[in-house]
Design a protein around this ligand. Structure first.
Ligand code: UT7
Length: 348
């Protein structure tokens, strides 16, 4: 059997501070009711310490993963960090993580594909494992979205939160791990979801700062229209290619941008709503961290042999889906909080 890349451990980090819908009602013209019904978000985590950012959260997630797997950082061969909010334009935030955790034998790089970043990084990392080139690849999604969110813009500030999730990829010869992926980009979508300035096209000037161009800018309705179709199409395609019916899928693990986008994907896949991992209510859209945070929160429920479909849509536009056959029985103490029909979280 061919070598595949199996996920063998998960780590996560969430800042303590919470920003609730009630807090946002005091900051912009919005309401808890609007936010919950239009997006599914009730609160998000915010990294307040100005001396800490994406690399810090990624390193915390990586360290938790190393502890759980019982290995040391010098065993890591490669670090791929997916992020839309790097600590600095350069060097790669992966380098800062490498130094912080002491991964002295690893090389690494950042992968920028907005909300699809983790899915794409998983895809790339798997190639290095499947080829036999590397034994231990760390794939991290970490985003300090609060640092690039305009808290005077009600159309975006209610959506995003901060957090990080990490997985370890190792070789498997028994048919477990990442078995298939589909991935797409369409740059015609760039104007609808982007950060206008701070790159080489529009370097920082007084004008860019005055115009608030260093924050996320989104034409929500346009992104929504494409996301509903893109994520559902990609999930359906990965199922069809691998002969999966709804009943064969244990969990859909979707990017958490909007409950209504996730619902469309769920319906298209023909799976029951109970088979969808949801943390949007508690964390909002953490961009590259949504999928690994879901894997972390549902780890206790995962059994060796479970079929998972991971799906994402984000800026670029970029989107895709992956088929993962889970490799180990879940950790007994993993946290799990589900949303009930009213969108209120409850311990499961
Ligand atoms: O993760 C990366 C990919 N991103 C996504 O997938 C996000 C996709 N887009 C969305 O999730 C949704 O478009 C949003 C949640 C961003 C917006 O929901 P919507 O149902 O598409 O609302 P809308 O943009 O069509 O706005 C409807 C109304 C507007 O008012 P008018 O023009 O009808 O008077 C907005 O100004 O809601 C207003 N509005 C708000 N009202 C209260 C927009 N934001 C808010 C708000 N509170 N926070």
């Amino acid at each position: 059997m061919n070598t595949t890349a199996a996920i063998t451990a998960i780590g996560h980090y969430l800042p303590e501070d919470r920003l609730t819908n009630a807090d946002l009602e005091k900051m912009v013209d919005t309401s808890d009711e609007w936010i919950r019904t239009r997006t599914g978000v009730s609160e998000r985590r915010i990294l307040r310490d100005p001396d800490k950012a994406t690399a810090f959260m990624a390193s915390e997630a990586a360290n938790e993963l190393l502890d759980k797997r019982g290995i040391t950082a010098d065993e890591i061969d490669l670090i791929i960090l997916a992020t839309a909010s790097p600590d600095m334009p350069f060097p790669a935030t992966a380098c800062l993580v490498q130094a912080e955790i002491g991964a002295t034998n690893a090389w690494g790089f950042d992968l920028l594909s907005a909300c699809s970043g983790f899915l794409f990084a998983l895809n790339v990392g798997s190639q290095f494992v499947a080829s036999g080139k590397h034994q231990k690849v760390l794939v991290i999604g970490s985003d300090a979205m609060s640092r690039i969110t305009d808290y005077t813009d009600r159309t975006t500030c209610v959506l995003f939160g901060d957090g990080a999730g990490a997985v370890l990829l190792e070789p498997d010869s028994e048919g477990y791990g990442l078995l298939d992926s589909v991935a797409y980009i369409d740059g015609k979508g760039a104007p609808f979801l982007h950060m206008k300035a701070g790159g080489s096209l529009r370097p920082a000037t007084h004008e860019t700062v005055d115009n608030r161009w260093h924050f996320v800018s989104q034409v929500g309705r346009q992104v929504f229209k494409h996301a509903v179709v893109g994520m559902a199409d990609a999930a359906a395609e990965i199922m069809e290619r691998n002969g999966l019916e709804g009943d064969d899928v244990r969990f859909l693990v979707p990017h958490q941008a909007n409950l209504r986008i996730i619902d469309a994907t769920t319906r298209r896949m023909g799976i029951e709503p109970e088979k969808v991992t949801l943390n949007i209510e508690r964390y909002g859209n953490t961009t590259t961290a949504t999928i690994p945070l879901c894997l972390h929160d549902w780890e206790a429920d995962l059994k060796r042999g479970d079929n998972l479909v991971l799906a994402a849509f984000g800026g670029g536009f970029s989107w895709g889906a992956s088929y993962v056959k889970w490799a180990y029985d879940g950790a007994p103490n993993a946290e799990r909080v589900r949303m009930n029909a009213e969108g209120v979280s409850e311990e499961a």
